[in-house]
Design a protein around this ligand. Structure first.
Ligand code: FRU
Length: 495
């Protein structure tokens, strides 16, 4: 019976998508190589997995309009993380535990067991006792059509944890045992709770993997935990921790005690649009993360979700990034190498001396492009270097390398007549000879990677296509730029 209700709700959603997708496809703000849904609202990446020869991306999804509501799980598959085939929705609200307009099938993860694909997700509802979040399971033989487990929910909030702040299970297998890390709020402080199970249905509490003592906020959304070499990485998006949107902790983990000894903390991305990343392992062993390129209304720098709702859609993922660890325990986040296959019209230049006169650069069509360069810190005596992107109509997004104040800023004050805000991070240059910079520009976003992919800024920019110029200018001296490469990008994922 309950299977029938979900099936009906998926069919209804599918009709809605089919009716709108051709119109939405022509929206002027649509991205060209970032992952998006066909229509409607998308937020977190869910259930990322390589299964039966394909990458599966699921996503928090409201197919009905461009705002968050009544969460479903969308589903798409790809062989290269760039070109996507949309599949029928995987989950729709259908049960008393997940059927609510301000609830639904919230974030979760996917895991393979005995050749079948399992989704473990948060069900969010309100049956008159306030909002409640529980963890539930759905399974599939073919990786396309899912059935919710009859015995749901499989996990409810433990004593002391707020019933409406217990969500986003990330599951993995280790030596025949399944582990699940879940975000929770206990006494208004955030926790990552660790559970274990032999069958994905029966879970026992194992440990508090990590918790906030106040400094890391009141709730951690979308926690994730994975090995990287000999070490372990915990990531989450904290609520109530100021401007932090996506944080990592690295350290040692002991499966005997469930204890995580965290030694290093850092920011995955300092931009205003990088949230709720989830990781998965590629068949070649790479650890890849994908984030949602936006933020929530409760965050200090939030303005709105951008103007794309007018085109009947909202939301895209950031470029998938490979995670690597350096010997000091800090993490690098490199755009996956698959994306290099999209390069066209490559333009190289060995060296460029930049002064206050500025230099116009050319990169693809000035909208979808890559730019790589190295700032020669030994030869540079300027106080500040400004890379202006998506310029035109008197507007620009300024990426400022402020050497005097050792700060990197991406300034959207005059970006597009819509966006606002300045993202900032410390630019640590002591002892360095050069600073590497890598920019990805797509129709509606800019991703800027620096300092060996450790100091990164993702920001959405909704500039019209007439804003297609870029230039670079130094203030208070000369800046020397080396090994410049720019290229255009083929329209990859959406035709
Ligand atoms: C994070 C989040 C999750 C939740 C989902 C709801 O962006 O708030 O905690 O499961 O979005 O769509």
């Amino acid at each position: 019976m309950s299977y029938e209700i979900m099936k009906k709700n998926i069919e209804r959603a599918q009709q809605e998508i089919n009716g709108k997708k051709d119109k939405v496809k022509n929206g002027k703000m649509r991205q060209h190589y970032h992952f998006m849904a066909q229509t409607g609202w998308l937020n977190d990446p869910n259930g990322l997995i390589y299964f039966q020869g394909k990458y599966h991306f699921f996503y928090q999804y409201n197919p009905y309009h461009g705002f968050w509501e009544w969460m479903h799980w969308g589903h798409a598959v790809s062989e290269d993380m760039l070109h996507w085939e949309y599949l029928p929705l995987a989950l729709a609200p259908s049960e008393s535990y997940d059927d609510h307009l301000r609830g639904g099938c919230f974030s979760g993860s996917a895991v393979e067991m005995d050749g079948k694909l399992y989704l473990v997700f948060t069900a969010a509802t309100n049956e008159g006792r306030g909002f409640e979040q529980t963890q539930c399971v759905a399974y599939s033989e073919d990786g396309i059509h899912f059935i919710k487990y009859d015995g749901n929910p499989v996990l409810t909030a433990p004593k002391g944890v707020a019933k409406d702040q217990f969500r986003d299970p990330k599951v993995w297998e280790h030596e025949g045992v399944y582990y699940l890390v879940c975000g929770a709020s206990h006494g208004n402080r955030a926790q990552a709770l660790l559970y274990r199970s032999k069958d994905l249905y029966h879970w026992e509490f194992f440990s508090v993997l990590a918790e906030s003592r106040g400094e890391w906020g009141s709730m951690w959304e979308c926690p994730d935990f994975y090995p990287l070499g000999e070490k372990y990485v915990l990531t989450f998006s904290p609520m109530g921790a100021g401007d932090h949107t996506a944080v990592y902790f690295t350290g040692d983990f002991d499966y005997n005690t469930g204890k995580f000894d965290c030694r290093v903390t850092g920011e995955i991305d300092w931009g205003l649009d990088f949230y709720a990343p989830q990781s998965f392992q590629a068949p070649d062993g790479r650890r890849i993360i994908v984030g949602w390129s936006n933020e929530w209304e409760w965050m200090p720098q939030w303005k709105d979700w951008g103007p794309t709702y007018k085109e009947g859609w909202c939301g895209f993922f950031n470029i998938p990034r490979e995670v690597r660890m350096l010997s000091d325990g800090t993490l690098q986040f490199l755009p996956v190498r698959e994306i290099r296959a999209l390069r066209k019209d490559v333009w190289d230049r060995d060296e460029l001396a930049v002064t206050e006169d500025g230099v116009a650069l050319s990169a693809g069509d000035g909208i979808c492009f890559e730019l790589m360069m190295e700032i020669d810190l030994m030869e540079t005596n300027a106080g500040r270097l400004e890379l202006d992107l998506r310029c035109g109509n008197g507007r620009k997004t300024a990426c400022v390398f402020d050497f005097e104040n050792a700060e990197l800023r991406v300034d959207r004050t005059n970006a597009d007549g819509w966006s606002e805000g300045v993202s900032r991070s410390v630019m640590y240059l002591k002892g360095k000879k050069g600073l590497d910079v890598h920019v990805f520009s797509d129709q509606s976003s800019l991703e800027i990677f620096t300092d060996q992919y450790r100091n990164n800024h993702s920001n959405n920019v909704f500039a019209p296509s007439e804003q297609n110029l870029l230039s670079i200018r130094a203030y208070g001296g000369t800046a020397v730029i080396k090994d410049i490469m720019t290229c255009g990008l083929k329209d990859a994922c959406h035709s």
